[in-house]
Write a protein that binds this ligand. Sequence first.
Ligand code: FAD
Length: 323
Amino acid sequence: MSVLIYIENTEGQLKKSAFEAASYGKAIAEQLQTEAVAISIGNVQDDQLQALGGYGITKVLNVTTDSLKSFVNQAYASIITAAAQKENASVVVLSNTFSGKGLAPRVAAKLSAGIVSGASSLPQINGDTFEVQTSAFSNKAIATASIQSAVKVLTVNPNAFPAKETGGSANIEAYTPDIAQTDLNTVVQEIVRATDTISLPEAEIVVSAGRGLKGPENWAMIEELAQVLGAATACSKPVSDAGWRPHSEHVGQTGIVVSPNLYIAIGISGAIQHLAGVSSSKTIVVINKDPEAPFFKVADYGIVGDAFVVVPKLIEALKKHKG
Ligand code: FAD
């Protein structure tokens, strides 16, 4: 028996969420008194994979087939399934990222496994039953899902479970599973980066702005603040609807759900549909000139003031602090 963890990378670099998934899987393996095994697909250097040993992974199956350098959902799902069978995995853990969300249901179907998507806590294990908490109704409620299947597939939300160094070392094992031609029908021709900025769903800090900014020409200070903090940028729905910012930045009920350690909301009123996508952020800072803005009710820290005065001062202070 084992716990298998799928380790994601971007262009050969392991993602932060991969270490979180590794720690999450290791914590489950400890409870089950079994081994935590990882699978990596793509050209990741051995020294990076070896670092997973420090997070409690004992073995990494490394798939480096050239045709699989880029993400192909069907093929990756088949490989993870084959690895789970080879390792006799009773639990398969993936990150609840764009690719993890696509892979997990396929893997679960292939393994006839029960699945919980978007786990926000470690499972309570009682015999063969796992009880796992997930957020429901756009973060307004917590659902407890119960799965009893022999094999269980879980996806864990980015930033929900911190990566934890435990020490140890991992064996890297080259793995070349058979891949059916039908799994390779999708061919990635080219990857065009839409932006060089930090990925929003996984960002630890998000600087977000709304209609209070008046127009797209005023986003330079938002980008500068994000750059000083090493943050991703986001926006409210009307801002992306108006074409001031790309739709990929739209957070909320109808946009991306984020749960960073720090969410800074500037000139955003805090409508319920916006809060639905951001309320699980660990710390919320609101900058708004209206003291009655609903966002202040959920803020940990608030600044009542004009964004055009407060944000430049904040940037200046942060720059001074950084030296
Ligand atoms: P506004 O409501 O116009 O607020 C602007 C804020 O800026 C105000 O609080 C104002 O006091 C402040 N302000 C103005 N000038 C300044 C200044 N100089 N300095 C500081 N503060 C200033 N919205 C989302 O964001 N995400 C969603 O996913 C989403 N989904 C929706 C789904 C449905 C079905 C519906 C009906 C609506 C949805 N909305 C969503 C829209 C949502 O209801 C709000 O209309 C929207 O969030 C408001 O955006 P805003 O806060 O940027 O703008």
